[in-house]
Design a protein around this ligand. Structure first.
Ligand SMILES: NC(=O)C1=CN([C@@H]2O[C@H](COP(=O)(O)OP(=O)(O)OC[C@H]3O[C@@H](n4cnc5c(N)ncnc54)[C@H](O)[C@@H]3O)[C@@H](O)[C@H]2O)C=CC1
Ligand SMILES: O=C(CO)COP(=O)(O)O
Length: 318
């Protein structure tokens, strides 16, 4: 399959590396002037992986799109709308595979909905679930999930992209998989905060209570609440809540320690988007609210944690 990957950061570069590794014909596009692109062009490596000579690297969006049967996109979720608007003039209806985890701030739209809003009806898949580049390039396998708004696309991609390095499952709930994947980053920030506060032992409670509020939201949005226990959310906790590689977890830890953190932590802006959805669907999201109170509201994390504990008492499952 001829695939163009748009976005040459940590994950986009991996997607290009992986698809080439399993035999697809790959072009990687990045913005002209992007440091990642320049570095990859000059050295064909990015500090974590090294590119095979067959991978084309370009800053010509028209050429990258013209070449492709499928477009895989992996950039900051909040910039997807802007990239799709640039894409509009070149897009010839090729299916999109969104390799990213977020919900649009301001609108509360899932990323597949953003794509439909900008490009009109388009076959769109999401590729989500656990996995860090550092592990994959060492040959450590993982399981992921591909879901789509089109059954044929979902099947074609799972079958074309599966290998002994990534075992893909057919996703069957686009709402649940998109919301679950985005929300795990917020749980990851909360986990990092617990690490930073010396409260790592509370992560068990976090990974039990976090999915319950996200499950209620998914159900209210028309998805299947069981999706929260699939690869896109619960299945991603080892790679996020517990991993030294997770940017979201590391952001949360640095934040409560008052240290700077420069990498992309998608959960920061997804937290706000989830609260918008919580209001829209009248679902209380206490853990998301607590993360937002600390990250956006500047509140003391210990005080916010204590408030979480002192809420009215509840049945465990409701
Ligand atoms: N296991 C998985 O499924 C993983 C998924 N991800 C997801 O991948 C996405 C990207 O994350 P990272 O690669 O870690 O971020 P990154 O910061 O390393 O890369 C983002 C790239 O997007 C580019 N970019 C930003 N706005 C753009 C625009 N408007 N047009 C073109 N390029 C633009 C940036 O220049 C940068 O090269 C996130 O949504 C993240 O959650 C990341 C790691 C693993
Ligand atoms: O999604 C990921 C792992 O599956 C990457 O998580 P971070 O963005 O928190 O590093």
């Amino acid at each position: 399959m001829r695939v163009s990957v748009l976005g040459c950061g940590r994950w986009g570069s991996f997607i290009a590396w992986y698809l080439n590794h399993i035999g697809h014909e790959v072009t990687l596009w990045g913005r002209e002037g992007s440091k990642n692109l320049e570095h990859l062009r000059a050295s064909r490596e990015n500090g974590i992986l090294t590119f095979d000579s067959k991978i084309e690297i370009t800053s010509d969006l028209a050429a990258a799109v013209a070449h492709a049967e499928v477009l895989a996109i992996s950039i900051n979720s909040q910039n997807l709308r802007e990239l799709l608007a640039r894409l509009r003039g070149h897009h010839r209806g090729q299916p999109l595979v969104l390799c990213m985890k977020g919900i649009e701030e301001g609108t509360g739209l899932r990323l597949s909905e953003v794509a439909a809003e900008v490009l009109g009806p388009v076959e769109t898949a999401v590729w989500v679930g656990p996995g860090h580049v550092q592990n994959f390039v060492k040959g450590v396998p993982n399981c992921m999930v591909i879901d789509a708004n089109d059954d044929g696309l979902r099947r074609r991609l799972v079958e074309a992209f599966s290998s002994d390095l990534i075992r893909f499952y057919y996703g069957a709930d686009l709402i649940g998989n998109e919301v679950g994947a985005a929300a795990k980053n917020v749980i990851g920030i909360a986990a990092g905060m617990l690490d930073g506060l010396g409260l790592t032992s509370l992560k068990g409670a976090l990974i039990s209570r976090g999915p319950r509020e996200i499950a209620r939201l998914i159900r209210a949005m028309g998805g299947d609440e069981l999706s929260v226990y699939g690869l896109s959310h619960l299945g991603d906790f080892e790679a996020t809540v517990f991993s030294a590689y997770s940017h979201n977890r590391r952001f949360g830890e640095a934040f409560v320690r008052g240290e700077p953190y420069d990498e992309l932590a998608e959960g920061v802006r997804t937290t706000r988007a989830l609260l918008t959805l919580g209001e829209r669907y009248e679902i209380d999201l206490p853990i998301c609210r607590a993360v937002s109170a600390v990250v956006h509201g500047g509140r003391d994390p210990r005080e916010i944690l204590s408030k979480l504990f002192m809420r009215s008492l509840k049945e465990e499952f409701y």
